[in-house]
Design a protein around this ligand. Sequence first.
Ligand code: THU
Length: 142
Amino acid sequence: MSSLDYCSLIEEAAAARKFSYSPYSHFRVGAALLCSDGTVYTGCNIENQAYGPTNCAERTAIFKAVSEGKRDFRAIAIVGGKDAPVWCYPCGVCRQVMAEFCDPEDFRVICAVSEEEYRVFTLRELLPEVFRLQPDQDVTGR
Ligand code: THU
């Protein structure tokens, strides 16, 4: 992926962040998930007053995509913060969900504070030891 690709994905994550429903934390997160076929699914965090049902932006985007038949993903961009974006890294639950569908070496996680300032990780870097029902399971679990 080129830096131009990263920039447009960050732009889409920042746009999705505007839809964040976060009246409890006031921490607004947007995510944009790039599928292997070039389509992009966006998501925002959706909070709940019972707290537990809260869904992160990353999982919103991934579940939207999977629920429409997509299973091959190349990258996800994440933008989050209370006011201006701050460094925001995916939580452990979202990392495990990414590991269900994404290749640990090829999938890129782009954590951005702006289109110019971002960090790119492989999924393996963020989740070196993934939970598997069977330890010798294929990396993508599919
Ligand atoms: N949040 C995300 O959307 N993604 C993450 O990876 C971490 C946290 C949301 C959940 C909650 O609505 C708010 O940020 C504060 O935890």
